[in-house]
Design a protein around this ligand. Structure first.
Ligand code: HPA
Length: 253
């Protein structure tokens, strides 16, 4: 197995392309689970080898409930990726989760349904009772936070990500319920992605990019300033990537 690209970024809404990324190779990886959202793009980001996979496809065609998460993670594993940074646009629920900011969540609650969330498909497969107490890799999260601290970048260091089914946004009452459940932000994509990464033994952390206040949190239309807020979050993300990438690449396993 090639380990030329042990590190991957999964792009989300607003991140179908990575600023500064120079692809040198693209590969449609065959998987037993069907087609990934896009070919894996392998290339150079700030002098570091990075594999990139936009989870919604190159033209943002796949809604969150239609993404082939199993094929996506399988494809990354197949090319030798062992560590994943998942970018995900979210709505902010708690006051610190201000649009334009970055969050490294430490917990999630899965409200999705009907998504294929495991590689265990038959009674001949071993049953993957993965330990999911900490759904995001703690050591990997700590590295992301250490990088942010080193460069004086404000990043919210923890929080619970509510994963909703979408593609519609939530009602104000649903957001109030998520808040009562202890959720700090809401998005649609880290599940089953995080669980599948754990089944494959990959180290997975998320950088949530706050695009809007969640429904009912302000009087204006929810997505009114989405593009501007995502641009702000992206410029923060670029600072983080530039500062950290060379240190985040895992060594040979
Ligand atoms: N809800 C769910 N998913 C999202 C949101 C939201 O408000 N913003 C970005 N992704």
């Amino acid at each position: 197995m090639s380990t030329e690209y042990p590190f991957a970024i999964i792009g989300g809404t607003g991140n179908t392309q990575l600023t500064g990324f120079v692809p040198v190779r693209t590969e449609w990886v065959e998987t037993p689970w069907g087609k990934p959202s896009a070919p894996v793009l392998m290339g150079d980001l700030h002098g570091v080898p990075v594999a990139f996979l936009p989870r919604h496809g190159l033209e943002h065609r796949f809604a969150p409930h239609l993404i082939n998460y199993r094929a996506n993670l399988w494809a990354l594993d197949a090319i030798g990726v062992s560590r994943v940074l998942a970018l995900a646009a979210v709505g902010g629920i708690r006051p610190e989760m201000v649009p334009g900011s970055l969050i490294i969540p430490d917990q999630l609650i899965d409200y999705t349904h009907g998504r294929s969330g495991t590689y265990c498909e038959s009674d001949t497969d071993s049953i993957p009772h993965i330990d999911f107490t900490e759904p995001f890799d703690s050591a990997w999260r700590a590295q992301l936070l250490a990088t942010a601290e080193n460069i004086g970048l404000t990043v919210v260091g923890h929080g619970t990500y509510a994963v909703t089914q979408g593609p519609r946004l939530e009602t104000a009452a649903e957001i109030r319920r998520l808040e009562r459940d202890g959720c700090d932000m809401v998005g649609m994509t880290v599940m089953p992605e995080a669980a599948l990464a754990r089944e494959l033994g990959m180290s997975y952390a998320c950088c949530a990019m706050v695009g809007n206040w969640a429904a009912g949190k302000q009087d204006r239309p929810v997505l009114q300033d989405l593009d501007r807020n995502m641009e702000e979050a992206k410029s923060r993300l670029n600072r983080l990537l530039r500062a950290g990438l060379s240190r985040w690449i895992p060594g040979p396993t």
